[in-house]
Design a protein around this ligand. Structure first.
Ligand code: NAG
Ligand code: NAG
Ligand code: NAG
Ligand code: NAG
Ligand code: NAG
Length: 336
């Protein structure tokens, strides 16, 4: 009865898209193939401003009545800019090159379940980004590593005292023709050091961005953990004249269970890729007929603002890298 190849293909695609969305959200690693493109396209705007961002509204949101308990419990925690609140987490792992070990630190991020105050997040207006210069030569030489010290401050111009924010660094020609990514070490005290190799000489620009805040990752991982998914798929069940639509996720979450009072396991119908749908009340699980999109998100505007506070350029520093001297002059001549 489930011989519907087009639907299966559709569902597999939907699941791939959901997985890609999760991966993309967490922008793990320094592979700039797609993070770079996205950042260059949307964020060549260093003057970003936390207060402006917190007012922006752009993700359409739908809520079902069943979500009210979660939504309202979050709403009561919504206290903007209350100076005394300090986010307490246990992000303690020392000297972590965080863009590589985000999954190891999943449980640490999970401890960030609420953010009381947007002002506690890093604020580009107050952050300090400095390029280290060789004291003797005062120049940057091709073939050496550039180091950038980053100190994050919150919206009250207070130093952050914990690590966990995800930073990226890269270097590119001012004409945009070449670019190379570096890596960032988290000192777990609000300071970071970015490292990037200056492979070539010329007029270059070092760019440092915060791709995700620890608060955003914390709220996101908790959301996924509670709901079983970030975005749901809708399944329609029909029998004779009765038809019902329920939401599906790749995992069985208590939230879905509470919403529908049980699950239909449609894993087998989905090429053995996990898929659990809310149990329809009036129709049996076996009367599943089709899948569809669902764009419902169950969080408040405040959480949405924190989740969308990502991929912000902290600083762009222009510099001139000079060719390496002596030994390589011969080579340089030959090349030119
Ligand atoms: C930040 O945004 C607010 C409101 O849009 C504006 O008044 C303020 O001047 C901006 N600050 C900076 C540094 O751009
Ligand atoms: C932040 O505070 C420091 C002193 O701790 C001060 O020098 C700096 O000017 C302040 N930054 C801004 C943008 O007000
Ligand atoms: C942060 O930690 C680094 C590395 O341990 C240390 O060099 C630096 O002084 C610390 N900075 C602050 C502000 O505590
Ligand atoms: C799914 O798994 C079951 C048993 O584990 C197996 O019999 C079935 O052939 C699998 N289906 C697909 C599409 O791989
Ligand atoms: C998906 O199902 C939920 C719950 O029945 C419903 O609220 C939502 O509007 C549906 N989404 C779409 C796109 O039909």
């Amino acid at each position: 009865m489930f011989q519907r190849p087009t639907i299966k293909v559709f569902v597999v695609l939907v699941i791939i898209v959901i997985v890609l969305m999760m991966i993309q959200y967490l922008t793990v690693g320094n592979e700039h193939l797609f993070t770079n493109i996205r950042q260059l396209a949307t964020n060549d705007n260093p003057g970003h401003n936390a207060s402006a961002i917190s007012r922006r509204k752009h993700i359409p949101e739908r809520r079902t009545s069943t979500a009210n308990t979660f939504v309202s419990s979050v709403k009561t925690k919504k206290i903007h800019f209350q100076h005394t609140n300090v986010i307490k987490t246990a992000l303690k792992t020392p000297m972590a090159a965080i863009s590589r070990n985000i999954l190891d630190r999943y449980s640490e991020y999970r401890q960030i379940q609420q953010v009381a105050d947007f002002g506690e997040l890093y604020d580009p207006r107050f952050c300090v980004v400095e390029l280290e210069v060789d004291r003797k030569t005062k120049t940057f030489t091709a073939g050496t590593e550039l180091r950038v010290r980053v100190h994050l401050y919150n919206g009250y111009n207070q130093s952050l005292t914990q690590g966990g924010d995800l930073l990226n660094i890269w270097l590119r020609n001012t004409d945009g023709s070449s670019s190379v990514a570096g890596y960032v070490v988290d000192h777990m005290n609000g300071t970071y050091t970015g490292h990037v190799m200056a492979f070539w000489a010329g007029n270059l620009c070092v760019k440092v961005s915060v791709t995700n805040t620890k608060e955003g990752i914390g709220l996101y991982t908790n959301y996924v953990n509670v709901h079983g998914s970030y975005k749901f798929i809708n399944a329609t069940f029909s029998e004779k004249k009765k038809s019902e639509m329920t939401q599906c996720a790749p995992t069985m979450s208590d939230w879905l269970k509470k919403t529908y009072g049980g699950f239909c396991d449609l894993t087998h119908e989905n090429y053995n890729i996990s898929l659990f749908c809310g149990k329809p009340k009036s129709v049996s699980c076996r009367n599943w007929v089709k899948y569809g999109w669902d764009d419902s998100l169950y969080y408040d505007d405040y959480t949405r603002d924190i989740l969308s506070y990502k991929d912000k350029v902290l600083k762009q520093i222009k510099l001139t890298v000079v060719p390496r001297e002596n030994k390589n002059v011969q080579n340089a001549r030959q090349l030119s």
